[in-house]
Design a protein around this ligand. Structure first.
Ligand SMILES: [Zn+2]
Length: 158
């Protein structure tokens, strides 16, 4: 749908919704678009109303020339395809890994067990890291223990 601001030959402003610019042209030519003030059918488009609904901005079905400003692709910072990470991001993740290694105890595959112990007060409270399965992580979450998953990249020094 397109929203048009319209203007009759007597300069009355009004507006209307149309499927697309072609359907407006067709209706206007047949005299089906008339001014609500004076009934004039010599109607022309005034300027477009900018940006209306988000769904339209996200999924432009049929880009209309007049609506170019509205159909820009949404700025979604998504990574597509699972290809290689940009070098900048790898560097960032390497830094993150180094921080984790420096500040947390490595408990390896005992991660879930150790997290439970800490949660129950049976082990010293500290930050730990290690490996676990998705199922275990979900089970932990149900017990109120949140794990944070971070993308693990090879170290900067190999
Ligand atoms: Zn009019």
């Amino acid at each position: 749908m397109i929203h048009y601001n319209l203007r009759c030959s007597a300069d009355h402003g009004f507006d209307g919704w149309f499927n697309d610019s072609a359907s407006f042209d067709k209706q206007a030519k047949r005299g089906l678009v008339e001014c609500p003030v004076c009934g004039d059918t010599k109607v022309e488009r005034a300027l477009m109303t900018p940006a209306v609904s988000t769904s339209r901005a996200v999924a432009p079905v049929e880009p209309v020339p007049e609506a170019k400003a509205e159909v820009l692709p949404p700025a979604v910072p998504a990574m597509a395809g699972g290809g290689r990470l940009p070098a900048q991001m790898i560097a960032m993740l390497q830094k993150l890994r180094a921080e984790v290694e420096k500040n947390c105890d490595y408990v390896g595959p005992e991660l879930a067990e150790e997290a439970r112990k800490i949660h129950r007060g049976e082990a010293e409270e500290r930050a730990i890291y290690g490996e676990t399965t998705r199922d275990e992580a979900e089970a932990l979450a149900e017990e109120g223990i949140e794990l944070r998953q971070i993308p693990w990249v090879p170290r900067a020094d190999g």
